[in-house]
Design a protein around this ligand. Structure first.
Ligand SMILES: NC(=O)c1ccc[n+]([C@@H]2O[C@H](COP(=O)([O-])OP(=O)(O)OC[C@H]3O[C@@H](n4cnc5c(N)ncnc54)[C@H](OP(=O)(O)O)[C@@H]3O)[C@@H](O)[C@H]2O)c1
Length: 397
């Protein structure tokens, strides 16, 4: 790769944002790739965003929390950079002329900016799975209409993307999404009942942001990924399986009609899938460690336990029901995870609150189809309200 690419990172101050900048720097240092940063965004981390803007000479920076605007302007008063604050500024960042946009905001907050970038035909490297769960049909249709590419960053989808025969999808008989099982893989339900946020975010293999770490502990992350996979790959969602693989070496697999199973392997380091999206279909070097098979020694597999991890069951039921159910699942999970991290509810309440909201949504609105952004946002807003009520009730009990 020799062309200087214009890159925007939505959510540059997070774990994926950090890793993306590290891959870009590494590829540039090895002379394999030249890039310039068009825009960087954050929610409220002024200090880190300002430091990134200076280091990478960003043309535009945006901070979602409007109250942080003045602090960001002060921190960048000595450099020539355009600055925006508020949710609209994040969308402005997405609309600027970059050919590659890393969508790495956490949660459905990333939906509108990702859609803006998609609508102008940029390549979308998608880490922000929640926006696909919330409005997958809308996002994929927007990307297709504008002629951009959806490049999956999630290691499982990135793995499948590398071995899926898009020319002969009818020859694929199964997708196997691997799951580490998270920090509570071997824990009893009674132990999980008293799990603390610190224990839940202590992932055994991956270093990630707090929300996805909790999702990995509940296995909701795998449920969101199942819904994500159904949007990215032309395959019936009933043909997507989840398999617990504690070593996180096989990142996922595709089974073909003749019995062949193709897998992608690598060390559990997001810089590999990020590098894949940045160069695809070419390859660039990444700073991640190469896999050492002798030290990995053995690879093991087990079926997920839907009794101990009901969040995965809820995600499966949501995609079966379709319509607004995945968006409702995602929104209630976001609220419940935030409440758990804030110490307002217990670990097991996360799935319980989500189930309560889904039952209520199914009983009232029914599973209407999500055809537009507005419909997705309505479902998201309604489920958030119901989940907030459920959190308040549990916190008061
Ligand atoms: N981390 C991983 O290894 C990994 C792997 C696969 C997929 N993913 C997915 O990638 C996404 C990002 O995960 P992460 O682990 O990088 O999360 P993270 O470390 O929490 O970072 C989230 C980023 O989004 C920004 N942000 C948060 N709320 C926002 C809002 N309301 N509006 C605008 N920006 C907001 C944050 O800004 P501040 O820093 O200012 O808060 C930060 O830049 C998630 O969807 C996750 O599921 C992550």
């Amino acid at each position: 790769m020799t062309r200087k690419r214009k890159i925007t990172i939505l959510g540059s101050t997070g774990s994926i944002g950090d890793s993306t900048l590290s891959v870009l720097e590494f590829a540039a240092d090895t002379g394999e790739s030249a890039f310039e940063i068009e825009a960087l965004t954050a929610h409220s981390n002024v200090e880190k965003l300002a430091a990134q803007a200076k280091k990478f000479n960003a043309k535009f920076v945006a901070i979602a929390d409007e109250t942080c605007g003045d602090a960001l302007r002060a921190a960048l008063s000595d450099v020539d950079v355009e600055i925006g604050a508020g949710a609209g500024a994040i969308e402005e960042a997405a609309e600027r002329d970059a050919d590659f946009v890393m969508a790495a905001i956490v949660g459905a907050a990333g939906l509108k900016p990702t859609l803006k970038a998609a609508a102008r035909g940029a390549d979308i490297a998608l880490a922000n799975k929640e926006c696909l769960v919330c409005a997958g049909d809308v996002l994929t249709a927007t990307i297709e209409k504008a002629g951009g590419r959806l490049l999956p960053v999630d290691s499982e989808h990135n793995a499948i993307f590398q071995v899926f025969d898009f020319d002969r999808p009818e020859r694929v008989t199964k997708l196997i999404l691997t799951a580490s099982g998270g920090p509570f893989r071997t824990w009893k339900t009674e132990e999980m009942a008293v799990a603390t946020p610190a224990q839940a975010v202590a992932h055994p293999n991956w270093s990630m942001g707090a929300k996805i770490s909790v999702d990995s502990a509940t296995l909701m992350n795998k449920g969101l990924e199942l819904i994500e996979a159904a949007h990215i790959f032309p395959i019936d969602h009933q043909l997507i399986d989840v398999l617990v693989h504690p070593q996180s070496v096989i990142h996922s697999m595709v089974e073909y009609v003749d019995g062949s199973v193709l897998a992608q392997l690598g060390s559990p380091d997001m810089r590999t899938p990020i590098a894949t999206t940045l160069a695809w279909p070419d390859r660039v070097p990444s700073p991640s460690a190469k896999l050492d098979f002798a030290s990995v020694a053995k690879l093991t597999f087990e079926a997920p336990d839907l009794k101990r991890f009901p969040a995965l069951r809820l995600a499966k039921e949501s995609i079966d029901a379709g319509g607004i159910m995945p968006a409702s699942l995602n929104a209630s999970n976001e609220i419940a995870v935030a409440a758990f991290l804030a110490g307002k509810v217990k670990f097991l309440d996360i799935a319980a609150i989500t189930e309560q909201v889904l039952e209520s949504v199914a009983g009232t609105a029914g599973a209407a189809k999500v055809n537009t952004l507005e419909e997705a946002l309505d479902a998201d807003e309604n489920a958030r309200r119901l989940a907030e009520e459920a959190v308040a009730a549990r916190a008061a009990a």
